[in-house]
Structure formats: C-alpha cells, structure tokens
Write a protein that binds this ligand. Structure first.
Ligand SMILES: Nc1ncnc2c1ncn2[C@@H]1O[C@H](COP(=O)(O)OP(=O)(O)OP(=O)(O)O)[C@@H](O)[C@H]1O
Ligand SMILES: [Mg+2]
Length: 392
C-alpha cells in the first residue's frame, strides 16, 4: 500500500490504468494480423480532440505489436515541418527497425537521394529544389525494407496535423505506401490527428478516407471512467466516496485527460484516507486552476472583446444554439454581423466551442466542455457586459 498519487494528468503520459478502447484495440489487432499474414495491408487513423488519449492508444498498439515480435517504426513529429523534413525524420526513425550492423550501408544508400542521415558523417549538400520527396521516400522505403528482417513494419505517426503541408503530405503518404505495398514492401501506417485535420475524410468516397479508414475516439463510458479512477486506487490506502466518482464521471465527460486531472487533485485532498464530496469541491478549485494554467488562460487571453462577448452568449445559454441564433443575439447586443460571424468562426476553429448535430437537425454550438464553463463563470464576470461591446 502506498499513498503516492497514482494519477497522471498530462500529454503523452501512459495512464496508471488503461481504461476502455476495446473496440479500437480489437480493430488494430485484426488489421495487424491481416497485414502480417496477407498481402492486403490495412492502414489506420485515430482521430479525436485534445487530451482524448491518442498518444496513449498508439503506445498501447506499439506494445501489442512488440508482443508478437513485430517492431514498430515510430515517427515523433515536431511542429512546423514541411514534406522534406518529414521524409528526413522518417528515414532517421528507421533506426528502430534497421539493425545497427546494416545502418551504415542503409544510410549511405539513402544519403545519395539527398536525405541527411544522422551519424553517417556525410553532410548532404543537395539543394531543396533538387529533392523530390515522393521519389526519395519510395527509395527510402525500399532500403528500409531490404535492410530489416521482419514480416511487417507498422509505422506509427502521432499528431500528423503538425505537418504544415499536411494535405500534400497525406497524399504523398498514400501514393508512396500504396506503391510500397504493390512492390511487396509491407508497411502498415497507423496515424493519429485532430478532428479538423481529417474533416475531409468525412466525404464518403474520398480516396484518403478509404486509404486511412479513420476511427473517431469516443469519450470513455461511465463504467470505463469508474475503472480509470478506481483501479489505480486499489494499490493505495486512499478511497473516493461514490458521489465523488459520480462527479468525476459528470465533469470529465469521458475525456481521459480530465479524468486524470480531477482524480489527481481529488487524491491530494483526501482526509483520513478518504475523499468525500466536500473535499472534492475544494479539489475542483485547484483542478481548474491547474487546467487554466495549462490551457484555458492561454485560449481565453487571446480573445478580443467581441469574441469574449460572443462566448458569453453561448455561456449564458442552457442549450446549444444554431449559428443564425448566435449571430442574431450578437447583433442585438451591438456587434456588427460580419464581426460576429468572424468571432464565432474563430471560437470554433480554436476549439473553445464545439458543434453538436441532433439527428436531422441543423448543427448547433455550445461551450467546449463542462470544466471550461466552470472556468468561464469566474472569468466572464470580469469582462464588460455585451452592451459595452466595441462596434468594430
Ligand atoms: N484509456 C485511458 N484510460 C485512462 N487514462 C487515459 C487513457 N488514455 C489516455 N489517458 C490519460 O489521458 C491523458 C491524455 O492522454 P494522451 O496524451 O494519450 O491524449 P492525446 O489525445 O494524445 O492528447 P494531446 O491532445 O495532448 O496529444 C494522459 O494523462 C493519459 O495518461
Ligand atoms: Mg498526444
């Protein structure tokens, strides 16, 4: 028994207990099996919003693949990359599947394509204009495959939306990996990205949709949230009362980051080894301060006055509102229609608002989540009321 806090709110940190995601794991296992034992390679894209467990799920997939002796090629992206950077990063990540004894031979082969490979001592001085990403990528895949001895190479690319020329890169990925499969080089792509990136995947017949077969990660169910909270507590001497667990279910709305955040702060507020509702209420203040410092303040402080006032309209409404309704209310309160439209669009693009679509009805908009609403209750009081809106 320990009293060390087991919860791990963060980004890219494996949880103390991995809850749910059975559907996604099952699909991954089947695709992996089929791709290994058949010539038909099946790719996969995991799409969902902030803190919803994409990275943790890819780590789980990696564990599963390794469990059947299938080493993974992970590509760790950083922001603002163009296609050339991407190809270079990809090739350098090949060290995960190309054994050290073959690395030298491999790197001199790909260096001749204009790709800088770390640890070769060869600085490639080819001009960017001479570098043709698609051709260089195809040759690199051939070299990776020929230098690694495995039945299949799953390639895992997290946060693919970080690539600046993402549309072009996704097309190149599709072309190059289709070519590779036809040549008998078995690479299985597993990528993750935000919902907006894959919006065009929603078009039923888009070739990218058919290629990546995107899966949207849903919020965890009540039972899964209960597991995510209660299982890690089993090794500690702390317990949460039932109503505290219910509060975490309601306030987290199934978002894994929020589950870890709320449970972690609750744990810190235990008295006599138990967390009751009153302790939880106190812990909620520190949880909201925590998420504000990590995210909400940054989002809120960037808003102009009109955006704050449009946000207030949504904050004050108990129900989601249609686009036209929001614009009408904004106009009535003195914001010009064109600015109201721009403000609303920016709030949606920056994920302060989300859309919901009741069956057969027009899209409606509401605040991103319950915790953000809690945060706004303190913030918006300090912002001038709608009547003082600047008429931009
Ligand atoms: N299945 C799960 N069960 C319990 N907790 C989880 C689960 N998946 C993720 N978490 C936790 O949720 C938090 C966010 O997870 P993760 O970083 O994987 O999400 P993400 O979608 O990659 O986030 P980001 O938008 O920051 O990239 C982490 O603290 C992680 O430990
Ligand atoms: Mg992530």
């Amino acid at each position: 028994m320990t009293n060390t806090n087991p919860f791990r709110p963060g980004s890219g940190i494996s949880p103390p207990y991995f809850a749910g995601r059975n559907r996604e794991i099952d699909i991954f296992r089947k695709k992996l099996d089929k791709s290994m034992n058949d010539d038909f390679i099946q790719h996969m894209a995991i799409v969902s919003g902030w803190g919803s467990g994409k990275t943790s799920l890819l780590l789980k997939f990696k564990e599963i693949a390794r469990g059947i002796n299938c080493p993974v090629l992970p590509v760790q992206l950083y922001s603002v990359m163009d296609t050339k950077d991407f190809v270079e990063l990809f090739v350098n990540s090949a060290s995960f599947v190309v054994p050290p004894s073959k690395w030298k031979k491999f790197s001199s082969a790909v260096s001749s394509l204009g790709i800088n490979v770390m640890g070769t001592g060869v600085q490639v001085v080819k001009q960017a204009s001479f570098f043709e990403p698609q051709t260089a990528f195809c040759h690199s895949l051939k070299n990776i495959w020929n230098n690694s001895h495995t039945q299949l190479i799953p390639v895992m690319i997290d946060d693919i939306q970080l690539i600046t020329k993402k549309e072009q890169t996704l097309e190149i990925l599709r072309n190059v990996f289709t070519w590779a499969a036809n040549e008998g080089y078995k690479f299985m792509l597993v990528v993750s990205g935000t919902l907006d990136l894959f919006e065009r995947f929603q078009e039923a017949h888009s070739p990218l949709t058919r290629f990546f077969e995107p899966l949207i990660l849903n919020p965890l169910s009540s039972d899964e949230i209960r597991d995510a909270v209660l299982k890690p507590l089993e090794n500690t001497s702390i317990s949460f009362s039932d109503d505290v667990v219910e509060q975490i279910i309601t306030l987290s709305e199934g978002n894994p980051f929020y589950i870890q955040l709320l449970a972690s702060h609750a744990f810190e507020h235990a008295r006599n080894n138990i967390v009751n509702l009153d302790d939880f209420k106190l812990s909620l203040i520190s949880a909201i301060n925590d998420v504000s410092a990590r995210m909400f303040d940054n989002m809120f402080n960037k808003l102009c006055m009109n955006e704050k006032n449009v946000l207030r309209i949504l904050y004050e409404s108990d129900v989601p509102m249609r686009w036209g309704e929001v614009l009408e209310m904004a106009e009535n309160s003195g914001i010009k229609r064109a600015s109201a439209r721009t403000s609303l669009k920016r709030l949606i693009d920056n994920e302060l608002l989300k859309s919901v679509k009741p069956q057969k009805y027009e899209k409606q908009y509401t605040l991103r989540d319950v915790l953000f609403k809690e945060y706004l209750s303190a913030k918006l009081d300090k912002v001038s009321k709608v009547s003082k809106v600047s008429k931009v």
